[in-house]
Write a protein that binds this ligand. Sequence first.
Ligand code: G3P
Length: 214
Amino acid sequence: MFLLVNLKTYESGTGADAIEVAEAAARVSEETGARIAVAPQAVDLRDVAKRCEAFGQHVDSVEYGSNTGASLAEAAAHAGAGGTLVNHSERRVRLHDLAGAVDAAHRAGLEALVCANNAEQCAAAAALEPDYVAVEPPELIGTGTPVSQADPDIVRDTVERVGDVAEVPVLCGAGISSGDDVDAAADLGAEGVLVASGVVKADDPEEAMRDLVT
Ligand code: G3P
């Protein structure tokens, strides 16, 4: 199972420390053999990528040039990221821009992980041939109520509908915080999970990651 820890804006200031989470992720990955990537804010990508597998939280559908405030895929790759989220429910993009962002990620050599709200949107996203799609019902994000146990049908349906479109691995996320939640996701056909609050708000983020992958 692939565990992607999305730090959102929980890091810096009073939240989780990106470097500590990255170092803990590397230790847990080394110890368990599980693939664990950390998605920090853009300014911390380079530091995180020196310590563990790193993903961007977002890239824009832009190329090198005059695009103030945009996130260039090549810049994320240059900082050491191996992949990027696109279209997270907290960073939605229009369909046209979604296709462009997936292309931009691939142009830069990044894996593209497209998030969507439901099975239909995931199937549409799969047609863009990203490396992963992830179903995350927005109403469960940050609640501690795990999608894999509270709404198993959405994960099952996503795996089925995406499978009808393309061979793209399906991940799921929202409310996941324990190894049991991850096992439930795997039983439904998910090949990985996205977790934020279950790690960054845990008393011991390293132990939380260990529990998720073992
Ligand atoms: O990208 C991960 C995500 O949106 C899930 O958030 O806090 O429910 O684990 P959380």
